[in-house]
Write a protein that binds this ligand. Sequence first.
Ligand SMILES: Nc1ncnc2c1ncn2[C@@H]1O[C@H](COP(=O)(O)OP(=O)(O)O)[C@@H](O)[C@H]1O
Ligand SMILES: [Mg+2]
Length: 318
Amino acid sequence: MRAGRREEPLGGQARGAESGGCQAWGEEPRGGQGRREGSHGGQARCGEADGEETWGEEPPDTPYPLVLRGIIARHPGQAAPALDGFGLELRPGHRVAVVGPSGAGKTTLAQVLLRFLDLEGGTYTLAGRNAAALDGDAVRRLVGLCAQDAHVFDSSLRENLRLARTGASDGELRAALAEARLLDWVDGLPDGLDTLVGEQGARLSGGQRQRLALARALLADFPVLVLDEPAEHLDLPTADALTADLLSATRGRTTVLITHRLAGLDAVDEVIVLDGGRAVQRGTYRELAAADGPFRRMLEREAAEGGILVGAGQSADG
Ligand SMILES: Nc1ncnc2c1ncn2[C@@H]1O[C@H](COP(=O)(O)OP(=O)(O)O)[C@@H](O)[C@H]1O
Ligand SMILES: [Mg+2]
């Protein structure tokens, strides 16, 4: 069996990813994982040149364990790989935070997980199946993304949420809004769920926009949720409040949280420090905070910026 079509990197994806918003395609991430051949107009077809037609292999029902081993990934035209020997294993409910300086390869990891970027080396498997042999859209029903600039459409709150789950009831929308700590605000609006958000969500604050994106991601209920710097463009108190709430909302959900802020990360199961495309440190927050290493230096820097309490093994959230 040959792999399916090559995927474009995030920026070049034709739909959904244009502004790096929550990937809301695939209306039934958890259900409906049956065979979908033919549903993409033959996009997954390959191997015709040698007279043999193949399709993306049957996707697994669940992605667990999701395993990356020795991943090497390079962006077109780049001399150095953006990921160089990276590994990761995700089991149900496991939450991982990936931290590291700008250019470390964090977004590249998200692109690899969503199969927007092909591998140069290493393996990526979902429930033991080679992700490269699966249709990219099938992978993206198992692994969903919520990115730093959530795309909000010039429509109502209800329609923006329903992108993630067609036909969702108001009760389901309200539950997701409550998890994203947005429900009280929505309930205080004269038009409630019918409120128009404006072009690019202009009538929302940055924090509200990201919470709407989070609510959408929760509604989509991806088996694995990747969040790429969801708090990046927010001021620090807003960013840390959002992170605290999303960590509470994703409890029990398999999550990869990419972030440059460390506040609140004691809630996750594993923290990976990425630098130069390699995991230079990994362990629990407590282990990393207690060790002399890059994570400790990041904590100290954050504390100096007026951020969080720092100390060996000390909890960071309040
Ligand atoms: N589309 C791209 N084309 C070329 N190089 C890229 C592209 N995206 C990222 N890179 C390079 O890959 C490396 C990792 O980038 P990225 O994964 O975006 O890091 P991070 O998200 O940690 O800031 C950097 O050296 C960056 O310049
Ligand atoms: Mg990035």
